[in-house]
Design a binder for this molecule. Structure first.
Ligand code: B1M
Length: 210
């Protein structure tokens, strides 16, 4: 009998092989891919998110859990497509122009994926035009920007302005070590998150996803 709690527990431990095996086993036993995703993989990632926020686990544990999540997702993806399960929304994520830091962005991306969102990662050193093109092409609902340098933070308002001028109607969120709620308010971003776990809560609330 498929045990989705065991699947969530294996993900929390970062045990990729067990996650892959239990995902295959649940599918073989006829459990729906959406249930496996929500009650197994996302449930486990939510626990990691809460523990990360509470400083009970750190970056390495999150990366290992995310690797396990990817293992399960690779098995599930074709089944989710067959079942017509769509990600709840699409997020374009990148580190702004002039900035090459990507560890925090990647963590945010993994957590957003774990939160059931489709993440289109446009990488680092991303210009305003690159954000605009990706948001248009992907029909994104949310544009998420990371910056780690005080010198690249001004790129964030530049992207927000360029999106508006290009008529791209997306919500915007910002984050990264030097970024604050005050800065986000000042530049007219729709939201700011201090860490990857909060980024999932923020993204889901901006998108109106329960
Ligand atoms: Co650089 N660097 N770095 N660096 N680097 C910092 C950021 C710095 C604080 C170091 C220091 O001086 N103490 C400093 C910035 C000073 C400032 O502007 N205030 C700095 C500098 C100056 C530089 C260079 C200019 C150095 C030089 O060449 N003279 C240069 C710039 C290159 C460039 O980008 N153009 C540079 C280069 C590099 C490396 C390439 C060597 C490397 C990056 C490797 C990589 O990313 N692939 C690097 C690193 C590793 C760091 C430190 C040591 C670590 C950053 C990191 O990955 N943290 C950093 C010092 C430090 O923070 N201790 C430093 C871990 C990561 C998980 O945290 O990215 O903050 P963080 O992400 C968090 C949150 O911020 C948040 O969630 C994440 C997880 O909880 N978050 C978001 C991030 N993005 C978000 C987006 C969201 C929401 C939340 O919504 C969209």
């Amino acid at each position: 009998m498929a045990d989705l709690q065991a699947l969530a527990d294996a993900l929390i431990k970062g045990d990729r092989n067990t996650v892959v095996d239990l995902t295959k086993k649940a599918l073989a036993e006829g459990v729906g891919p959406k249930d496996i995703l929500e009650q197994g993989l996302i449930a486990g990632m939510n626990v990691i998110g809460r523990r990360f926020k509470a400083n009970e686990v750190y970056v390495p544990e999150v990366l290992i859990a995310a690797r396990a999540m990817h293992g399960g997702m690779d098995v599930l993806k074709p089944e989710l497509i067959k079942a017509g399960v769509q990600p709840v929304a699409t997020v374009v994520l990148g580190t702004v122009k002039g900035d090459l830091h990507d560890i925090g962005k990647n963590l945010v991306g993994m957590m957003l994926t774990g939160g059931g969102l489709k993440v289109v990662d446009i990488g680092t050193d991303a210009s305003a035009q690159k954000f605009i093109d990706a948001c248009k092409e992907q029909k994104a609902e949310l544009c998420a920007m990371s910056a780690l340098l005080t010198t690249t933070m001004p790129q964030m308002p530049a992207v927000i302005k360029a999106l508006k001028e290009a008529g791209v109607a997306v919500k915007t969120m910002v984050g990264g070590a030097p970024v604050t709620q005050g800065f986000a308010d000042e530049i007219g971003a729709d939201g700011y998150a201090p860490d990857a776990a909060s980024a999932v809560d923020l993204a889901r609330s901006l998108l109106g996803v329960a």
